[in-house]
Design a protein around this ligand. Structure first.
Ligand code: C2E
Ligand code: CA
Ligand code: CA
Ligand code: CA
Length: 281
């Protein structure tokens, strides 16, 4: 069987060989990136739609590759999950997001404290020590648990292990809130709302995109918002890009939203400037 494996390698098409080579290279680069701390966070404001004030931030990871420049998450998160590297990367994201949010909240005098939302991968949820990690990220940063929101995708909840629910309940017991990301794109979204201790639903961008063009998309979006209200969940609309989408969502009583219409994901420095505009000299 070994020999056959070798023969198969020998008949690799050049294009296949190249992509295989690239994959290996990227994997080696990613291992190095973890050791060298090549990751950065961007923060996108989550806005109260009625008043347009900032209610929280979503932390989004970037890889600053020394030769290739900025690599977006969709280009390395799958590889990071495959290789298990998402565990140290995800730990850094969580700790760094909590640390920055605590720093911003300490600087803000007025208003309610900002929340910070962190995306979690299924691989991280498979680890028994996840609740302890969350607890330690909160303790080390001083961020109150009610300010942390963990975002989970529906696909993560599809074929969850029995331990997953217990782990999520442990995390919730700390006072942390849970959000379902990309809501409406899975094939049994409603089941998760019944089975998981969720606090927030994030309406997927694909619904918001079509609000102005497709009456069905608008009706579905308003339906999801009403569902959230009936279950006393917060609703966040993702990917708001224009005023028409905003007024439709705000009119439908969607509580929160994020999107380029308000702000792109910002560097820490840009977020500093947004939250604390420099007084004129
Ligand atoms: P997501 O959690 O659904 O994040 C929202 C994505 O939509 C972000 O892309 C954000 O930049 C983008 N976005 C926000 N507003 C708009 C808009 O108005 N228009 C458009 N076209 N896009 C908008 P990003 O940062 O490239 O992240 C992509 C995905 O990568 C995220 O989707 C999330 O699933 C994953 N991801 C990002 N950071 C992390 C992380 O730290 N850990 C894990 N496990 N996954 C992450
Ligand atoms: Ca998210
Ligand atoms: Ca999302
Ligand atoms: Ca999405």
């Amino acid at each position: 069987a070994k020999k056959q494996g070798k023969d198969q390698l020998a008949v690799f098409e050049p294009a296949m060989r190249e992509s295989f080579q690239k994959h290996l290279e990227l994997e080696a680069d990613l291992r190095r990136a973890v050791l060298r701390h090549e990751f950065e966070l961007r923060f996108q404001p989550i806005v109260r739609l009625r008043t347009e004030e900032i209610s929280g931030l979503e932390a989004l990871v970037r890889w600053q590759h020394p030769e290739r420049g900025m690599i977006p998450p969709l280009e390395f998160i799958p590889l990071a999950e495959e290789t298990g590297l998402i565990v140290p990367i995800g730990e850094w994201v969580l700790r760094e997001a909590c640390r920055q949010a605590a720093r911003w909240n300490a600087q803000r005098q007025d208003g309610t404290p900002l929340t910070v939302s962190v995306n979690l991968s299924a691989v991280q949820l498979d680890r028994a020590d996840l609740p302890r990690l969350v607890e330690s990220a909160l303790a080390d940063s001083g961020l109150p648990a009610r300010c942390l929101i963990i975002e989970l995708t529906e696909s993560l909840l599809v074929d969850h292990r029995p331990e997953t629910l217990r782990r999520l309940q442990e995390i919730k017991a700390l006072g942390v809130r849970l959000a379902i990301d990309d809501f409406g794109t899975g094939y049994s979204s409603l089941a998760y709302l019944r089975n998981f201790p969720v606090d927030i639903i994030k309406i997927d961008k694909s619904f918001v995109d079509d609000i102005g063009d497709l009456p069905a998309a608008a009706a579905l979006t308003l339906g999801i918002i009403q569902l959230g209200q009936a279950l006393q969940l917060s609703t966040v609309a993702e990917g708001i890009e224009d005023a028409g989408q905003l007024s439709e969502l705000a009119g439908g009583n969607c509580e929160l939203g994020q999107g380029y219409y308000f702000a792109e994901p910002l560097t820490t420095a840009a977020m500093d400037n947004l939250l604390f505009p420099n007084p004129p000299p």
